[in-house]
Write a protein that binds this ligand. Structure first.
Ligand SMILES: NC(=O)c1ccc[n+]([C@@H]2O[C@H](COP(=O)([O-])OP(=O)(O)OC[C@H]3O[C@@H](n4cnc5c(N)ncnc54)[C@H](OP(=O)(O)O)[C@@H]3O)[C@@H](O)[C@H]2O)c1
Length: 174
């Protein structure tokens, strides 16, 4: 079983493991297989951070996008399907995804990018959580898990005002 402890020594030298998510005040991340908001510029930090690195995502999230994201490696977690594309790998578990990332690109960061089950499994493992707080309540059917804020230092990076305001924050494990 994958634990933070078992990753600690390796992680100091190898890939940083982070998660990246946008969620609303009611912790919604998705609805009916899609992200239930369109906010101009909201995905900027996702693009900036993950480009040149490794993105790990669940099968439904990958199917929503429908192709690997450009200029980064995509690792899809699925027990039922295999996706074949350039810079795209399929594995059966989060631990396999992390092992593969460490093997193919030990100098790149790993960004776990949803959905709900992967986030649930990732929260205890990650060093950082890059969270976009969407400052609205939006209905949905998929949620980011509650986590113990005491385990992290929270830094507010940038607040962007618009039709729906959002704030980029970073949680770093203490
Ligand atoms: N707001 C955000 O930042 C954000 C980010 C990502 C996704 N989303 C939204 O979230 C929703 C999708 O999330 P979701 O939770 O429904 O689905 P998901 O995690 O993207 O995909 C679920 C599937 O991935 C595989 N899987 C996931 N975790 C696994 C694990 N730990 N071990 C083995 N297999 C695993 C399984 O595939 P198999 O069934 O093939 O075995 C599972 O059925 C969509 O609405 C999407 O738009 C939002």
């Amino acid at each position: 079983m994958l634990t933070r402890q078992s990753l600690t020594d390796k992680r100091r030298e190898l890939n940083m493991i982070a998660l990246i998510v946008a969620y609303t005040r009611n912790r919604v991340i998705g609805n009916e297989g899609c992200i239930p908001w369109r906010i101009k510029g909201e995905q900027r930090r996702f693009r900036e951070l993950t480009t040149g690195n490794i993105v790990v995502m669940g099968r439904r999230s990958y199917e929503e996008i429908g192709r690997p994201l450009p200029n980064r490696t995509t690792i899809v977690v699925s027990g039922t399907k295999v996706f074949e594309a350039e810079n795209c790998y399929t594995v059966k578990s989060l631990s396999e995804a992390i092992a593969l990332a460490q093997e193919i690109a030990p100098d790149q960061h790993i960004y776990i990018s949803g959905g709900a089950r992967l986030y649930e499994e990732a929260v205890p493992l990650v060093e950082k959580m890059y969270i976009t707080e969407i400052e609205a309540e939006i209905p949905g059917d998929t949620y980011f898990p509650k986590f113990d804020e005491c385990c992290f230092n929270k830094e507010i990076n940038e607040r962007v005002e618009g039709e729906i305001d959002f704030t980029y924050v970073t949680y770093t494990r203490k």
